[in-house]
Design a protein around this ligand. Sequence first.
Ligand code: PLP
Length: 424
Amino acid sequence: MSEYGKETLCIQGGWQPKNGEPRVLPIFQSTTFKYESSEQMAKLFDLEDTGYFYSRLQNPTSDAVADKICKLEGGIAAMLTSSGQAANYYAIFNICEAGDHLVVSSTIYGGSHNLITVTMKKMGIQCTVVDPNASEEELHKAFRNNTKLVFAETIANPALVVLDIEKFSKVAHEHQVPLIIDNTFATPINCNPFRFGADIVTHSTTKYMDGHGISIGGAIVDSGNFDWSLYPDKYPGLCQKDESYHGIIYTEKFGKAAYITKATVQLMRDLGSCISPQNAFLLNVGLETLHLRMQRHCENAQRVAEYLENHPSVAWVNHPGLKSSPYYELSKKYLPNGSCGVVSFGLKSGREGAAKVMDRFSLISIVTHVADARTSVLHPASHTHRQMSDEQLKEAGVAADLIRLSVGIEGIEDILQDLENALK
Ligand code: PLP
């Protein structure tokens, strides 16, 4: 299946029905699964055999969708989680514990920023925040002996900074740690971070993958490229005995799939942020049109960005597809088919003007969400990023007047008309 193009994988990847089985991925709406012998069940609990036994750990509907995402990203294994937050939390916590440290890009999504700099700090995990535009030399300075990973986003939400993934992966690998990339905004249609050296990819599937604003979810995909077994002291959770599974060693027993297996059988077992089969099903329906929607999102966003750039009331516009974007060159390299549907801009009337114009849209609605089929708008300094100080906002690349416009897939003329009416 993975030899097919992405368009085919979006539709046919994952669920492969056998003779007489439903053509469309069914919702396995069952918490549990039946076995005929006690021994069979025992083997599952000992990880001696594969099979479903409880939907908190694995469910056939969720697994089929994880498999589709895995193929789209070109990974070797993937899992779904209840949200993008859970995906990022598990992706990090799977290899980081109290006393460890990580390096994180300053421009990541506000929720991930809070997770890493506030909540994980309380769990004893320290971090160093780096500028995504930092030179290699500057990045090297952020590492410590106890650094376990580097975390960044392909296209930062909402700053729209395009990451130089190769630079980040090179530096991470020189320090013998993996690079985890949140690929939510680009989606695997527009970028496969593994091709540029990333080791683990995460998604908030709530965004473009679902695409219709109907189900919260997340995904973690493993490239299988990072050899944890070379660093047994650095990654004891993967390379040393797990007493909660009678002393198995994930790297020895599961090889390249060690990371996802541990996240599934240990973190999902203990922390339980699983996606529901119903939401996995909805996500799969969204994925079937991801390739078509991404193309339209990108085309519409480009038109909107160019329109705004020429509007007399607009002070600045940021979209990686604009020649004026500082990330234009990077986006040509990493996102040659388009970046995403998000455009940010500021008005000459500043923060006050931003607040005013928000109330004047008619087709475009104010929602917290991005990456939806419907065009939506948000003022991050008043909404998603409101917990941040002015200093943190600046670091995150979020100006106080920044309006985040998530351009949908409606008719472009209608979107432009609504903007025109609001900006008048
Ligand atoms: N990562 C990125 C880039 C996001 O934009 C978001 C949410 O906006 C998340 C993670 C968190 O995802 P979720 O809302 O599904 O928990």
